[in-house]
Write a protein that binds this ligand. Structure first.
Ligand SMILES: Nc1nc2c(c(=O)[nH]1)N[C@H]1C(S)=C(S)[C@@H](COP(=O)(O)OP(=O)(O)OC[C@H]3O[C@@H](n4cnc5c(=O)[nH]c(N)nc54)[C@H](O)[C@@H]3O)O[C@H]1N2
Ligand SMILES: Nc1nc2c(c(=O)[nH]1)N[C@H]1C(S)=C(S)[C@@H](COP(=O)(O)OP(=O)(O)OC[C@H]3O[C@@H](n4cnc5c(=O)[nH]c(N)nc54)[C@H](O)[C@@H]3O)O[C@H]1N2
Ligand code: SF4
Ligand SMILES: [Mo]
Length: 731
């Protein structure tokens, strides 16, 4: 159902998924074609605003390089020779090959890689649980999920920032000003309306830091030391909320003792932030009430440095009494009135002996089945729901690549890549490449022919949010569900990802588990517990978003029912129950030998407008806004190396070298350089060896994914604070 405008024009309520903010869109449709898109002024997320990406909807829908039909490889792998086949041929052949491999090597030989969770990942999970493989992952180890787990072991779920009511906002390794525009709007509103103060921790004067009252410029990878020193100041100066701690927390005395080593003087040496600034900002965070803290993806990109940071941040929210206080961080928990992703994943279908085979589970226990089972026990008891396995119970990608290449501990023979571009997203691109080359079956489902698709046996065309309905809890931790209706039917032969998993499942004997034929039916099922009897379209037109009011209780979903400053779950799993700083593996302090040859400190992957990760490089108007990859470098450092602003430079680590353009940035410490991630060149030749230039400027050519240098609790990758050298490149 839609509002009728001029004759024949309908307005559909869509949810943009060019990034995961899911801004509300009004999509004007006439005769089954889109004629116009506007930001929806009534939508709470974007309030009518629209970033540059959806403005280019027409180019995106009809671009000549879009995938429109299933393709099958006919030449050598990577040679770029494909022929068009029908969907039923493609699905029959893929199903037959999966069946053959399953019989020969066991279901665990089939792996799947996903991306930024901008699709129905529960359907993928459901397919694999029924198929019997535990080896699926999305970006859990490179994005926000370790924070989710660290907070869940501390107080039973992730605590969402309540920016609008806050008086002090701490933005930690995050650049809302380019990466989350609705959030930046809220920050600026809070500054204006509440006179809120803004503290930004970033090695670079980012767009967000530029608006800060205090910008803490730290050495990349050392945020854990700063957070621990804040705890030290707050406890030792008696600034913590004693009443709150007494009532709700356990482990405070152990924390107090443990934290004595992390003095501001110590932290100054580690972080390169003057100790006066550390003390001042710690005092601000403890005394300006309410204060909220935002998550940033760099929190998870510090390898060994990440775990102490994630836990220390959770502890800070608790001991200052900013948890569950309006304007602080709120433990809202899952939406308990509808079926959330967990309810659709069918995790119970995966038998214990298959869970035990999950790659990486013996090492990174907190993001795999061992930790997930423990967490589920307490969240289920408390909330009645568990966090989706698709977030936090994942095979570790670096183990998947190694198993594909070496056959150890057992072989990975097939990989299904859906909504991801692993050659650019995951560290150690060359190993990812080897892995993708070595499997017997590689399937990629995407909008575009990506470098990963170029290596595939089957390439399948996906329908986007313009051609499908959306139901997602976004990265909003499942406390609310955003819904949209389908603006138009899929063009050409594009299909929804859901239909792909369903139709593949049906071919492999899973039919009874896929009762819904369309996404609309599946989403209506999700809403059934509400008992409203509305169709999806009616729901979207009249209600649109759903959330539950969390129960008012004095307890938390942890083993003790309290906020566990000293984490009994981490202890039980064999990890440090208190946050202990560990210097990342490749820094001037942890590896001074290496620093002699690679003297600069490298950040890989500052995100930027108008691109979302590796996407949109094909859209001319967007590309003109940012034609080339940029590497931020201090002018003094650059000049000493004979590098002018705009010169192409080599950035080199022991793993390899890439080319980006030097971008003079006076805000940096002279020893720090920041390279953009996610670059490839759709305009360059697709067949090997070029693969659309995927090894030329892609920052993950520089990073390593050796499990030894990743964090040992969650398996966080190591993307920031490593060592490199740079030098001028020939034109
Ligand atoms: N335009 C755009 N928006 C996006 C995305 C995109 O690709 N493009 N991706 C989306 C996704 S999936 C995510 S996860 C979010 C991520 O959003 P963010 O977390 O904001 O991502 P980044 O830009 O990687 O890092 C943010 C800031 O961290 C700083 N930084 C680097 N190293 C360190 C460090 O060691 N410590 C500290 N404190 N800061 C450091 C960088 O200078 C940068 O300004 O953005 C989302 N939004
Ligand atoms: N060095 C370094 N590496 C990083 C980062 C960093 O900061 N530094 N950031 C990390 C972060 S935070 C993240 S989240 C990851 C991102 O990792 P990915 O999500 O793998 O990154 P993308 O390049 O955006 O790949 C997404 C692909 O999915 C396709 N796609 C989009 N939507 C759909 C859909 O609905 N269906 C299908 N079938 N396909 C779709 C897009 O066309 C694109 O090719 O990268 C990580 N990698
Ligand atoms: S920020 Fe831009 S790309 Fe992201 S959902 Fe909103 S309009 Fe779409
Ligand atoms: Mo991410």
């Amino acid at each position: 159902m839609s509002i009728e405008l001029e004759e024949g024009v309908e307005v559909k309520k869509g949810a943009c998924w060019f990034c995961y903010q899911n801004c509300g869109m009004l999509v004007y449709v006439k005769n089954g074609e889109i004629i116009k898109i506007e930001g929806d002024p009534d939508h709470p997320i974007n309030r009518g605003a629209m970033c540059p990406r959806p403005h280019t909807w027409k180019e995106f829908l009809y671009h000549p390089q879009r995938l429109n039909h299933p393709l099958k490889r006919v030449g050598e792998r990577g040679e770029g020779k494909f022929k068009r086949i029908s969907w039923s041929e493609a699905l029959d052949e893929i199903a037959a090959k999966l069946k053959e491999l399953k019989e020969k090597y066991g279901p665990e030989c089939v792996a799947s890689i996903g991306g930024t969770n901008r699709t129905d990942d529960w359907a993928r999970r459901r397919f694999f649980n029924l198929f019997g493989s535990p080896n699926i992952c999305h970006i859990a180890h490179v994005c926000w999920l370790p924070t989710f787990i660290a907070e869940t072991v501390t107080y039973g779920w992730y605590a969402v920032p309540d920016i609008g009511n806050s008086k002090l906002i701490v933005v930690w390794g995050r650049n809302s000003g380019t990466n989350n525009l609705p959030e930046m709007r809220s920050i600026l509103d809070a500054k204006e309306n509440n006179n809120a103060k803004l503290i930004v921790v970033d090695p670079r004067l980012s767009e967000t830091a530029a608006k800060a009252d205090i910008w803490l410029r730290n050495r990349p990878g050392t945020d854990g030391a700063l957070a621990l020193a804040w705890i030290n100041v707050i406890i030792n100066e008696g600034l913590y909320d004693k009443e709150y701690v007494d009532k709700y927390c356990i482990g405070f005395e152990k924390l107090r003792e443990h934290i004595q080593q992390y003095t501001p003087e110590w932290a100054e040496k580690v972080t390169w932030i003057p100790k006066e600034d550390i003390v001042e900002t710690a005092r601000m965070y403890a005394t300006i009430k309410p204060a909220t803290m935002l998550w940033g993806s760099k929190n998870e990109h510090m390898g060994w440095g990440s775990p102490s940071l994630l836990r220390a941040r959770a502890i800070l929210k608790a001991i200052t009494g900013n948890l569950n206080r309006p304007g602080g961080n709120l433990v809202l928990g899952p939406d308990t009135e509808i079926y959330i992703d967990t309810d659709l994943e069918l995790n119970e279908a995966l038998p214990p002996e298959q869970r035990a085979k999950q790659l990486g589970a013996d090492r990174f226990k907190m993001m795999t089945w061992p930790g997930y089972e423990v967490i589920c026990k307490y969240t289920k008891e408390f909330w009645g729901k568990m966090p989706p396995a698709e977030w936090c119970c994942e095979a570790h990608p670096s183990y998947i690549w190694r198993a594909a290449v070496t056959g150890k501990p057992y072989p990975i023979k097939a990989i299904i890549v859906l909504a991801s571009n692993p050659l650019v997203a995951y560290g150690n691109s060359k190993l990812v490449y080897e892995a993708l080359k070595s499997v017997e079956l590689l399937v990629t489902m995407d909008f575009w022919m990506t470098p990963t698709a170029m290596l595939s046996d089957y390439v399948l065309p996906a329908a986007s949010w313009l051609e499908r309905p959306v139901a997602t809890s976004s990265f909003g931790t499942s406390c609310f569900l955003i819904l949209s209706e389908r603006p138009i039917q899929p063009l050409y032969e594009r299909k929804t990802d859901f239909e792909f998993w369903r139709e593949l499942g049906v071919r492999l004997g899973q039919e009874e588990y896929w009762p819904w034929k369309t996404l609309e039916e599946a989403y209506e099922y999700r809403l059934e517990p509400l008992g409203l009897g509305l169709s999806l379209s009616e729901f979207v037109q009249f209600i649109r978003m759903h959330s539950t009011t969390p129960p008012t209780t004095e307890k938390f979903a942890t083993p003790s029912g309290k906020i566990e400053l000293y984490s009994s779950i981490l202890e039980q799993m064999g990890y440090d129950p208190l946050p202990t700083y560990k210097e990342p593996a490749m820094t001037p302090y942890s590896n001074p030998e290496l620093a002699k040859e690679y003297p600069l400190i490298l950040v890989t992957g500052i995100k930027f407008m108008p691109f979302h990760h590796s996407e949109q490089r094909q859209i001319p108007v967007l590309r003109r806004m940012h034609p080339d990859p940029l590497c931020h470098i201090h002018p003094e450092t650059a000049r000493s190396l004979g590098i002018n602003d705009g010169d192409w430079i080599w950035i080199e680590t022991p793993k390899g070298r890439i080319k980006q353009r030097a971008f003079y940035d006076v805000s940096l410490h002279p020893q720090v350089v920041c390279a953009e991630a996610s670059w490839w060149y759709p305009e360059k030749p697709g067949p090997e060896p070029s693969l659309y230039g995927v090894f030329e400027s892609n920052a993950n050519v520089l990073t390593d994914d050796d499990p030894e240098i990743l964090d040992q609790v969650y398996g966080c990758y190591y993307y920031t604070g490593l060592l490199c050298k740079v030098y001028k490149a020939e034109e």
